[in-house]
Ligand binder design. Structure first.
Ligand code: COA
Length: 162
């Protein structure tokens, strides 16, 4: 049976921490979908189309990875699209409490064949979040090495325009 995995998030923007999880998950599963969520509780700097373009450009080297967007309940999207695995990254103990709650609630909502699988974030990236990246960048600090180069270029362009 082919394993279809999903890695989801707001990705506003994608960071090297996300990329590290994606590259590892792409080796573990036959197909990996990056599901960009329209999260009404988060005010995103980049539009959905901008995030999708930036992610696609950064993932060109990964042949079994595609990018999609969705809104609403994660479990509905997972069940409707026949995913077997939902991959989550754990950066530190601070993520654990939130993630276990979410995984346990999702376990009730997912079809029986779906599992949540956790990958530990590479310690090089365990301190970063998309919000921190945006803050440092908007104040003129360097985000070199923390975000794919093509995304830094796009952030320079887009933030200059906004
Ligand atoms: N490296 C670097 N940063 C990381 C990271 C990693 N490996 N993993 C997570 N992060 C960062 C993200 O960039 C994000 O930063 P931000 O808050 O500054 O934007 C932060 O950690 C939180 O990430 P995440 O938990 O993935 O949040 P999200 O908003 O990107 O995604 C969903 C949240 C999509 C998983 C969750 O809201 C959801 O499932 N929503 C759907 C509605 C639903 O079904 N609700 C019921 C759930 S039981």
């Amino acid at each position: 049976m082919k394993t279809k995995a999903l890695y989801t998030g707001s990705f506003d923007p994608l960071t090297n921490g996300h990329l590290n999880i994606i590259e590892r998950a792409a080796k573990l599963y036959d197909e990996l979908t990056i599901g960009i969520i329209v999260n009404p509780s988060k005010k995103c700097v980049f539009s959905l189309d901008e995030r999708k373009d930036m992610i696609e450009e950064s993932l060109r080297h990964l042949k079994n990875v595609r990018v999609d967007c969705f809104s609403g309940l994660l479990a509905r999207y997972v069940n409707a699209n026949g995913f077997n695995v939902v991959v989550r990254g754990l950066r530190a103990t601070m993520d654990f409490e939130y993630e276990i709650q979410m995984a346990q609630m999702n376990a009730r909502l997912f079809d029986e064949t779906v599992e949540t699988v956790f990958l530990m974030t590479d310690p090089k990236y365990s301190f970063i979040s998309s919000s921190m990246i945006k803050e440092v960048h908007s104040l003129g600090g360097s985000i070199e090495g923390l975000v794919p180069g093509e995304i830094i270029r796009k952030m320079d362009e887009l933030i200059g325009d906004k």
